[in-house]
Ligand binder design. Structure first.
Ligand SMILES: [Zn+2]
Length: 60
């Protein structure tokens, strides 16, 4: 279970929905970005994802 208490802590939840990380998510993706691009590139999109996970403090 995710620490937000709302869902399972899976990849899609963390990258797309989790309210615990909403501020960081809006900073890193101030534009719409598909879950597919967040996970599978291009490189600039993957670097954003890496930055997000790193700054979120989550253990991966
Ligand atoms: Zn959550």
């Amino acid at each position: 279970m995710c620490s937000c208490g709302e869902a399972e802590q899976d990849t899609a939840h963390i990258l797309r929905d989790c309210r615990n990380h909403q501020v960081l998510r809006e900073e890193i993706w101030p534009f719409p970005e598909s879950l597919h691009n967040k996970l599978y590139g291009p490189v600039a999109a993957l670097q954003r994802t890496t930055n997000y996970i790193s700054r979120s403090g989550l253990e991966v």
